[in-house]
Design a protein around this ligand. Structure first.
Ligand code: 0O2
Length: 230
């Protein structure tokens, strides 16, 4: 994910702003500052709602079964730079309205689990909550991307309760294991790199994806056998 995972600050670089203002349509977008800031505040609220839901589930499993299905929850608000880049790439209008209508990943919550089966357990639990609407589900664990990327992606809509209204906001939830997260972090760095040995590195990463899949399954199997013993 672009933007800083775990930090919800909005940040504009000075040169970046100058370049932006020289482009008419983007300039108009920036002029919409107030609407943009309000929208980002709403997404921030939605992130808090979804993060809390996962923390509650983790507490519940801990109290009931004496185990935590979640290792970590990371959150991020997409940076203005990434939002503008995505609107441009998709040839979409630069406005707060357009962002809300067309982009699904402004608010991001990443849930890291130790075992693959916990991913599906948590996904089921969150989706059966009556204030959550599922918009889109992509299972890159059942069907990994050609480069080896694995994760379960959910686009959900969650209500936020403001002083005078209830608003539904979209949040992208990525669920993955520690191994999948480790792999994706390195792959994300390589994605932006160029160089003569890049194909070799990508092939090696693909190999690592297969090893990490096997490791996830073996670890899950060990846990299942430990549960049997207990
Ligand atoms: P960011 O925020 O910089 O991470 P769309 O549905 O149009 O929003 P897309 O690409 O169809 O976009 O969505 P998809 O496939 O669900 O992927 C969305 C996010 O998943 C990406 O965000 C990444 O965070 C992650 N992701 C998807 N594929 C890969 C991959 O091959 N490697 C890694 N490391 N991460 C991946 P973005 O769009 O990159 O933006």
């Amino acid at each position: 994910m672009a933007g800083t995972v775990g930090s919800n600050e909005l940040y504009f670089d000075e040169n970046f702003m100058e370049n932006l203002m020289s482009n008419d349509s983007i300039g108009r977008f920036i002029e919409q500052g107030e609407a943009f800031r309000t929208l980002m505040a709403y997404y921030n609220c939605a992130i808090m709602e979804v993060e809390t839901k996962f923390n509650v589930l983790n507490e519940d499993f801990s109290a009931e079964y004496d185990r935590n299905p979640i290792e970590t929850v990371k959150t991020r608000l997409k940076s203005p730079e990434s939002i503008i880049e995505k609107l441009q790439r998709k040839n979409l209008p630069f406005s707060a309205e357009s962002i809300e209508k067309n982009l699904n990943d402004i608010a991001g919550v990443r849930v890291i689990c130790a075992f693959p089966e916990d991913i599906y357990l948590l996904s089921e639990c969150i989706l059966q909550q009556d204030d959550i609407n599922l918009i889109k589900r992509k299972d890159y664990i059942a069907e990994p991307k050609p480069n080896g990327y694995r994760s379960l992606h959910l686009i959900v809509e969650v209500p936020i309760f403001l002083h005078n209204e209830k608003r539904f906001m979209k949040v992208e939830v990525q669920l993955r294991t520690i191994a999948m997260d480790f792999w994706a972090s390195l792959e994300h760095q390589i994605y932006y790199k160029k160089g003569h040995n890049i194909d070799e590195l990508r092939a090696e990463l693909k190999d690592c994806a297969e090893i990490s899949t096997a490791l996830d399954l073996r670890m899950q199997n060990i846990r299942a056998r430990m549960d049997e013993v207990e």
